[in-house]
Write a protein of this length. Structure first.
Length: 185
């Protein structure tokens, strides 16, 4: 019978993991915003407006709303010297009061819950670029679409299951970790 070694839980994620997580997130949002702007460039102000609006809303959702709404309820908020995969618990401690750890699973409840808004911020540029590819095709726009799609797949198949959720102290309460099946790993 083979024994299974449990994944190490990080109190402080390695700097390389934090950089990979945040770098891929910002790159996803940036390339998505550029893709939207370029895809709708037949009306420059519309393209730039929607590209910039997407970028601002996506960054605000991730780096403002999460530290205000989700992080105060997370175990990493309460752990001394802890740094989560995104480092948002550090920001959250500076801008928000501690929440209730029992409320952490609520991050996935309701249509406009933080989990859904996060997913929307990742998917919107792909959905927006599809009609733009038909109406205003260019190889650059196609490359941006494929890059954003690749970053989304990288997040779902590498970052979440192997770098982030697998090693997270919150995985025992997090609905996302439960859905990925990493709680017992």
């Amino acid at each position: 019978m083979a024994s299974h070694k449990k994944a190490k839980l990080y109190q402080r994620y390695p700097a390389a993991s934090i950089l990979t997580y945040n770098g891929s997130t910002v790159l996803h949002f940036l390339l998505g915003g550029i893709g939207i702007a370029l895809g709708y460039s037949f009306s420059a102000w519309v393209g730039y407006l929607f590209g910039a609006l997407y970028l601002v809303l996506a960054l605000a959702e991730m780096y403002v709303m999460m530290p205000l709404a989700v992080c105060p309820n997370c175990v990493y908020y309460r752990m001394s010297e802890a740094v989560c995969i995104a480092g948002l618990n550090v920001i959250s401690r500076k801008i928000a009061r501690a929440g209730d750890a029992r409320d952490f699973p609520k991050r996935a409840q309701g249509i406009l819950c933080p989990n859904n808004l996060y997913l929307v911020s990742l998917i919107v540029p792909l959905v927006a670029m599809l009609p733009a590819l038909v109406a205003n095709f260019s190889f650059l726009l196609l490359a941006l679409f494929l890059a954003v799609l690749g970053l989304l797949m990288f997040r779902f198949f590498v970052i979440f299951p192997k770098l982030a959720c697998l090693h997270c102290h919150a995985k025992f309460k997090c609905p996302q970790a439960g859905a990925m099946g990493v709680r017992n790993l």
